[in-house]
Design a protein around this ligand. Structure first.
Ligand code: 5AD
Ligand code: SF4
Length: 450
C-alpha cells in the first residue's frame, strides 16, 4: 500500500509548533509521509489557535476553502487539532460537516489510531481533558524534520502543559487544561537525543515555566526540584550551546531563577516577561497577581544579575474598563523598562473566560483600541531601534541559521536576527561565528564577519 501524504498548517504559538512536530512524529511510520502542499495532501491537519478571535477566524476560513477540496476528492481527510478543536469540539462538525477528526490538545499523540477510527465510524471528536496524566515521550527521529537547514539547529522541548493561573482574558486554562509538568529525566533525555542529532540550541517551553514541578512529581528523589534545577541539569548536557525558555508569569519569577542568568554560561541573556498592562487596576482585573511596582522591582533585580539581558514583553491594550490613565501607565512602563521588543494585541473577548462576563459597558470601542495599539507600537518601534543601535560596533557571536548566495542569516544570544553579506566561503548552518554589528533596524541587525 502506498503511503499517504499529510500536510500540517500550524497557527499560533511555539507550543503549537512543537505539537505539530509531535503530530508529524506520531504519523511517521504509520503509513504517512509529510508533504508541503495543502492541495495535494490526502490528509490535512489544521493545528489551531484560539487566543484571539482573529486567529480562530483564520481557521474557519481555511476550513471553508477545504470544503471545495473535499468535494473534488472525497477520500481527503480533514483534521482540526489544537485549541479551537479543544474549545469547539462537536460544534466544528456541526458547522463544517466535511471535517473528519476533531482532536483536542491532549489527544494529539493518538492521531494515527483516531484516524483509523474516523475511517471506520465517520467523524470523530476526541477532546477529553485529564487533570493528571503523563506527557508521553516522543524522542525525535532523524527523518521527522522536513525543514532544510534553517531550524534544524534550534528546537523546542515542551517541559509542561496547561496553566492554572486563570488570567481573566485567557482561554489557555480551558483549551490546554490543568498544569502538568514532565519528569525531569524525560526532558533531559529528549534534549540529549536532539543534541546527538546536531541540535545546538534548545528552548524549553511551557505556559508558565516558573511553576515547573509545582503541581506534580517531576523528580522521585527530590520533591523540591524546581525550574532552576532543570535549567542547571539541561545546561550540563555535552554539546548543547545555547539554552532559552519561554514563557514566565512575573508573579512566579524567583531570585533563584534570576541567578541562573549569572551562573549558567549557556543560558542566553534574553527574557520574555509578559507584563500585559502598566496599570495596577487593570492588572488586578486581569488577575495577574502582581503590581507595576512588583514587576519593576523584578526587572531591576534581573538586570543586577545580568546587565545585558534583552527583555521582551506582551501587552494587551483595550482590556475592559481600561481608561486613558490606565493606558498612559502602559506607555510609561515602556519608557521605564525600555524593552528590546514586544508583542502587543488589542483585547479580544474570548468565550468562557471571566473577562467575557464583565459588564458589557466596560468594553472599549474598537477605534479606541486601534488608536492605543498604534501609539504603543510606534513608540516601541522607536525604542527597539534605539536599543538595537546600542549593539553597533560590538562583536557578537551568532549562530548561523541560513546561508545562500543571497546572504547569510544568524542569531545572537540576545535573540536578535543578524543579516550578513555573502562571504566567498559560506559558513555552515549551525556554526558559530563572531560578527561586528554595523547597522541596526528596529527588527534586526546587520553585521560583518570578523
Ligand atoms: N486578547 C488579546 N490578547 C490576548 N492574549 C491572551 N489572551 C488574549 C486576549 N483575550 C495575549 C497575551 C498573552 C499572549 C500570548 O497573547 O498578551 O501573553
Ligand atoms: Fe493565559 Fe495567564 Fe496562563 Fe499565560 S499565565 S497562559 S496569560 S492564563
Amino acid at each position: 500500500m502506498s503511503e499517504k501524504v499529510f500536510y500540517i498548517k500550524t497557527f499560533g504559538c511555539q507550543m503549537n509548533e512543537r505539537d505539530s512536530e509531535i503530530i508529524a512524529q506520531s504519523l511517521a511510520g504509520k503509513g504517512y509521509i509529510e508533504g508541503m502542499d495543502l492541495d495535494d495532501a490526502d490528509l490535512v491537519i489544521l493545528n489551531t489557535c484560539s487566543i484571539r478571535a482573529k486567529a480562530e477566524q483564520k481557521v474557519m476560513s481555511l476550513l471553508g476553502y477545504l470544503r471545495k477540496n473535499k468535494r473534488a476528492n472525497p477520500a481527503l481527510k480533514i483534521c482540526v487539532a489544537g485549541c479551537v478543536a479543544q474549545q469547539e469540539g462537536d460544534r466544528i462538525i456541526d458547522r463544517m460537516s466535511h471535517v473528519d477528526l476533531v482532536i483536542g490538545t491532549q489527544n494529539i499523540y493518538n492521531i494515527a489510531e483516531l484516524l483509523v477510527k474516523a475511517d471506520r465510524e465517520g467523524s470523530v471528536v476526541a477532546t477529553d481533558l485529564k487533570d493528571q496524566y503523563d506527557i508521553p515521550n516522543l524522542l525525535p527521529s532523524s527523518d521527522s524534520d522536513p525543514d532544510q537547514n534553517n531550524t534544524l539547529f534550534r528546537k523546542f522541548v515542551t517541559i509542561m502543559q496547561g496553566c492554572n493561573n486563570y488570567c481573566t482574558y485567557c482561554v489557555v486554562p480551558y483549551t490546554r487544561g490543568r498544569e502538568v509538568s514532565r519528569k525531569h529525566n524525560d526532558i533531559t533525555d529528549e534534549v540529549k537525543a536532539l543534541v546527538n542529532e546536531g541540535v545546538k540550541e534548545i528552548t524549553l517551553l511551557g505556559q508558565n515555566v516558573n511553576s515547573y514541578g509545582k503541581t506534580n512529581e517531576v523528580h522521585p528523589a527530590n520533591n523540591k526540584y524546581s525550574f532552576s534545577d532543570l535549567l542547571h541539569d539541561v545546561a550540563e548536557i555535552q554539546g548543547l550551546k545555547r539554552l532559552r525558555f519561554t514563557t514566565s508569569n512575573p508573579k512566579d519569577l524567583t531570585e533563584e531563577l534570576m541567578v541562573c542568568f549569572r551562573d549558567i554560561d549557556i543560558l542566553c541573556p534574553q527574557f520574555h516577561l509578559p507584563v500585559q498592562a502598566g496599570s495596577d487596576s487593570v492588572l488586578k482585573r486581569m488577575n495577574r497577581k502582581y503590581s507595576v511596582a512588583d514587576y519593576l522591582d523584578k526587572v531591576d533585580k534581573l538586570r543586577e544579575f545580568c546587565p545585558d539581558i534583552a527583555l521582551t514583553t506582551d501587552i494587551i491594550v483595550g482590556f475592559p474598563g481600561e481608561t486613558e490613565d490606565d493606558f498612559a501607565g502602559t506607555m510609561q512602563l515602556l519608557e521605564t523598562v525600555r524593552y528590546h521588543g514586544s508583542f502587543s494585541f488589542k483585547y479580544s473577548d474570548r468565550p468562557g473566560t471571566r473577562a467575557s462576563t464583565f459588564d458589557k459597558k466596560l468594553q472599549i470601542e474598537e477605534s479606541v483600541k486601534s488608536r492605543r495599539l498604534s501609539r504603543f507600537q510606534a513608540r516601541q518601534d522607536e525604542i527597539s531601534l534605539e536599543r538595537n543601535r546600542e549593539y553597533i560596533g560590538k562583536i557578537k557571536n551568532v549562530m548561523i541559521e541560513e546561508c545562500s548566495e543571497k546572504g547569510v542569516r544568524g542569531r545572537t544570544d540576545t535573540n536578535h536576527i543578524v543579516h550578513l553579506p555573502c562571504p566567498t566561503k559560506l559558513p555552515v548552518p549551525g556554526s558559530f561565528i563572531d560578527v561586528k554589528i554595523v547597522h541596526a533596524g528596529n527588527h534586526s541587525l546587520r553585521g560583518e564577519i570578523v
